[in-house]
Write a protein that binds this ligand. Structure first.
Ligand code: WT7
Length: 683
C-alpha cells in the first residue's frame, strides 16, 4: 500500500488469498454446468483442417519447438537476412531470445512486401466517430503515408534506437506513426490517450523520450478531448522533449489547442516536405520494436519491452489461426491502439498478414447501441474482436439494435480482456452470431504479445466462458499457489504458469531487468508466472478465474492497486490509502479505496470528491472510483509484520464480512468492526 509514513514490507503477491480453498468443494467444476457445454464450431476453418490437425501441430510445437518455429519463421517473415539460431535462453536465466542472427524490418513486413501482390487491396478502413465518416487506405497508399512520415521524422533527427512517445487518438495517423517508428527502428511507446498528464509525463520520463507524437484533439462519443493540451501539461516536467509532432484531427485552434513554436510541428507539414520513399532501417531480430506500459501489483507501471522478429511471428500466427483469416476478410478489432490488443490486432498482425484491418474511433454506444452492427453491415465485417465489458453494455439493450442490421457477414466473434460470463457469452453467440460464428475467448496479456489460450475459429469446440486450449507453442500448467508444485490431471484449480518460452513474449522491463525477473520468472522458478488463477476442467479446457495478485481490471483496463494508492496519497489530506477491486456488473471490477486522513482533516463528501479527482489526475478518468467507493477509516487491517490484509478489505467491501474468519492475529483486530461500520454507513 502507499503510505506517507512509509513501509513497503509486503510481498508482491499473495495468491493463496484468492484461490478457492480446495476442500470447499470436491471439484472446482462442481456447480458449473457451462463446463460440460461443448459447442462444435459452426463452420470449418481455412487454415487448419480439424481439431486433430490442431492437436498434431500443437504437439509438434511443444516437442520440437525449434523445428516448428524455424518453419513458421521462414514461412511468415520476409527477412533481410535469415536467422541462424531459432531460440535461445530460459525462464530461469531470463535471457530469452528468438531468431538470432536474423535481420528484418517490421514495417517492410507490414507494407512493402505486399505491394506486388496486393498493392490495391484495402489495408486500413477507418470508421470515425460519426457513423459513415470513413477513410480507406490501400497497401500502396498506406506505404506512401508511412514512408512520408518516416522520412519527415528522419529529417527531424529521429534515430534508430530512440524511443518515441505516441499519445494519439484512434486515427489512421496513429498507425502511420507506429509503422514509421518501426521503419526507422525507433521503438514506440504508445500511451493510451485516456491517461492523465501526470501518467503521460511519468511514461515519457521513464523511457527518456525526446519526441512525442500526438493530435490536437481526440473525438469519441460526440465529445472532444484536448490531447495536445494534456501533452503540453505533461511536458512542463519533461525537459528532454524537444520535438512534438501534431496531427490535426479537428483543426481546432485557440486556447484548447496550444502550439509551441520551435518545438511543435504539424504532422502534415512534416510529411509534405518529405520524400515519399523511406529506406527502412535494417534491424536485428531482437531489436526493440516497442515499449508498452502496464500495471503490476507493486510500484509504478512498467515498460514491457517487445522485440521485432519473435513478436511479429506471434502477431501473425495468432491473428491468422485464431481468427481463421481468409483473403477477403474485413477484420475489425475494436480495441484502442493504446493497449496491446490494438498493437497486435489492429496494426501488426493484420497488416503483416496482408489483411484488411479496421480502426474504430467511436464507442459501441454512439450514437446508439446499434453502432457495432451498423459498422458490420456497412463494411461487411467478418471478424469482430471486442471485450466482455462492451458485450455486457450492449446486452442491456436486448436483441433489437442487433436485428436492425444485416450482420450475416460475421464468421468469428472474439473477446479479450477479462473472463466472459456464460450469460454474456451466450448472448454474443446467439444474438450477435445467430449461432453461426465461433466465439474465440482469447486469454493473453500485454506481456505475452498475443493469444496464449484460445479457441481456433472453425476448429476448436467452445464452452461459454472458457478460453479453451493453448495456442501453438504454449505449454500451460496449473501450480499450487504456495508450493509451486505442478498439479497434474483435470478438474484442478491453481495458479496459471507457462512452462516453455514462446516467440512473442516480452523480453524485459525497460530499464529494470531485475523487476522483470522478480515479476515473471522467480515466483514459480523455471516458469513464467501469469498472475492469473485458472481451472482445468474435465476436458482439459482452461477457465481463467482472475488475477491472484493486486491487479484490478476495470472495463478491461488493467490497474495496479499500488498506483491508485499513490494517486490518492498525493492529496494533502491523505496519510494512507488501500485500494482493492470489487465486482461490478458492467465494468467487471470497480476500484474501492479505504482512506486514512491526517489529523485535522474531517471526512466529507467534498473530500471524497477531491480524492476521486486525485485518481483522475494521477492516472486518468477511466480509473476514477465511484463516490460510494471512497471510505474513510481510522486504521487498516495489518498483520503484526505490517502486511496489509486485502482479503479482509475485499470481503468487507462486498458485504461478506461473515466469511472473515479469525482476525485475532491482526496487529489491531479492533480496526475490523470499525471498518465494517464505516462501509455500512456508506450504503
Ligand atoms: C490480464 C491482462 C490481452 C489484452 C488485453 C488485456 C485478463 C485477458 C482474458 C480472457 C480472462 C483475461 C487476465 C490477464 N484477461 N484476457 N480472455 N479471459 N481474463 O491485457 O491489460 O495486459 O491484461 O487480463 O487477468 O492477466 P492486459
Amino acid at each position: 500500500m502507499a503510505s506517507k509514513i512509509g513501509h513497503e514490507t509486503q510481498p508482491h503477491f499473495s495468491p493463496h488469498q484468492r484461490i478457492r480453498n480446495m476442500s470447499e468443494t470436491a471439484s472446482p467444476c462442481d456447480g458449473r454446468p457451462e463446463m460440460t457445454q461443448l459447442h462444435p464450431p459452426p463452420q470449418t476453418a481455412a487454415n487448419v483442417e480439424s481439431l486433430e490437425a490442431y492437436q498434431a501441430m500443437y504437439n509438434e510445437s511443444i516437442t520440437d519447438p525449434d523445428g516448428f518455429w524455424s518453419r513458421m519463421g521462414k514461412e511468415l517473415v520476409t527477412w533481410h537476412r535469415e536467422f541462424d539460431t531459432v531460440s535461445h535462453g530460459s525462464f530461469a536465466e531470463g535471457d530469452i531470445a528468438w531468431y538470432l542472427g536474423g535481420e528484418l524490418n517490421v514495417s517492410v513486413n507490414c507494407l512493402d512486401r505486399h505491394l506486388k501482390t496486393r498493392g490495391d487491396k484495402v489495408a486500413l478502413i477507418w470508421e470515425g466517430d460519426e457513423p459513415g465518416d470513413v477513410r480507406k487506405f490501400t497497401y500502396r497508399e498506406l506505404h506512401r503515408e508511412v514512408c512520408k512520415l518516416a522520412s519527415g521524422m528522419r529529417d527531424a533527427g529521429v534515430k534508430a534506437g530512440e524511443c518515441v512517445a505516441l499519445y494519439m487518438p484512434m486515427v489512421p495517423e496513429a498507425i502511420f506513426a507506429m509503422l514509421a517508428c518501426a521503419r526507422l527502428g525507433a521503438p514506440h511507446s504508445v500511451v493510451f490517450a485516456g491517461f492523465s498528464a501526470d501518467a503521460l509525463r511519468d511514461r515519457i520520463l521513464d523511457a527518456g523520450c525526446r519526441v512525442v507524437m500526438t493530435a490536437d484533439q481526440g473525438v469519441r462519443g460526440g465529445r472532444r478531448t484536448n490531447l495536445k493540451k494534456t501533452v503540453d501539461e505533461a511536458l512542463l516536467e519533461c525537459p528532454g522533449v524537444d520535438l512534438v509532432i501534431v496531427h490535426q484531427r479537428t483543426g481546432e485552434t485557440g486556447p484548447d489547442v496550444p502550439f509551441v513554436a520551435g518545438r511543435d510541428v504539424y504532422m502534415a507539414d512534416l510529411m509534405a516536405k518529405a520524400r515519399p520513399y523511406c529506406v527502412p532501417a535494417v534491424r536485428n531480430a531482437e531489436d526493440t520494436l516497442f515499449v508498452l506500459y502496464t500495471s503490476g501489483s507493486t510500484g509504478r507501471p512498467k515498460g514491457v519491452l517487445h522485440t521485432s522478429a519473435g513478436y511479429l511471428v506471434w502477431a501473425m500466427m495468432t491473428h491468422k489461426y485464431t481468427f481463421d483469416l481468409r483473403d477477403d476478410d474485413v477484420f475489425a478489432c475494436m480495441a484502442d491502439i493504446g493497449w496491446i490488443t490494438g498493437h497486435t490486432y489492429n496494426c501488426y498482425g493484420p497488416l503483416a498478414n496482408g489483411a484488411t484491418s479496421m480502426l474504430f474511433e467511436s464507442t459501441p454506444l454512439y450514437p446508439d447501441a446499434g453502432r457495432y452492427w451498423d459498422v458490420v453491415e456497412r463494411h461487411g465485417v467478418t471478424q469482430l474482436y471486442t471485450a466482455p465489458t462492451a458485450i455486457r453494455a450492449l446486452m442491456k439493450y436486448g436483441s433489437e439494435p442487433v436485428q436492425k442490421y444485416d450482420t450475416s457477414s460475421l464468421r468469428v466473434l472474439g473477446t479479450v480482456g477479462e473472463p466472459i460470463a456464460p450469460l454474456a457469452w451466450n448472448w454474443y453467440n446467439e444474438v450477435v452470431g445467430a449461432k453461426q460464428c465461433t466465439i474465440v475467448d482469447t486469454y493473453w496479456q500485454t506481456e505475452t504479445g498475443g493469444h496464449m489460450l484460445t479457441a481456433l475459429a472453425g476448429v476448436t469446440p467452445t464452452k461459454p466462458g472458457s478460453a479453451t486450449l493453448p495456442f501453438f507453442g504454449v505449454k500451460p500448467a496449473i501450480v499450487e499457489p504456495d508450493t509451486g508444485n505442478v498439479i497434474e490431471g483435470n478438474e484442478v484449480e491453481g495458479v496459471l504458469v507457462m512452462q516453455q518460452p514462446w516467440p512473442g513474449m516480452c523480453r524485459t522491463v525497460l530499464g529494470d531487468h531485475q523487476r522483470y525477473l522478480n515479476t515473471y520468472m522467480t515466483a514459480y522458478s523455471g516458469n513464467y508466472f501469469t498472475g492469473d488463477g485458472a481451472i482445468r476442467d474435465m476436458d482439459g479446457y482452461y477457465w481463467i478465474t482472475g488475477r491472484v495478485d493486486d491487479v484490478v481490471n476495470v472495463s478491461g483496463h488493467r490497474l495496479g492497486t499500488a498506483e491508485i494508492e499513490a494517486a490518492v496519497v498525493n492529496h494533502d489530506a491523505c496519510v494512507e490509502a488501500a485500494a482493492i477491486g470489487i465486482p461490478h456488473e458492467l465494468k467487471g471490477q470497480d476500484i474501492f479505496v479505504y482512506v486514512i486522513l491526517h489529523n485535522g482533516y474531517e471526512p466529507s463528501d467534498d473530500l471524497a470528491h477531491e480524492l476521486r479527482d486525485a485518481v483522475k489526475e494521477g492516472i486518468g478518468s477511466f480509473a476514477k472510483p465511484a463516490a460510494s467507493n471512497i471510505v474513510f477509516v481510522e486504521g487498516l487491517p495489518k498483520t503484526r509484520s505490517g502486511k496489509l490484509m486485502r482479503r479482509i478489505l475485499r470481503l468487507i467491501a462486498t458485504g461478506e464480512e461473515s466469511r472473515l474468519g479469525d482476525v485475532s492475529t491482526l496487529a489491531d483486530p479492533a480496526v475490523v468492526p470499525a471498518i465494517i461500520a464505516a462501509v455500512k454507513a456508506k450504503r
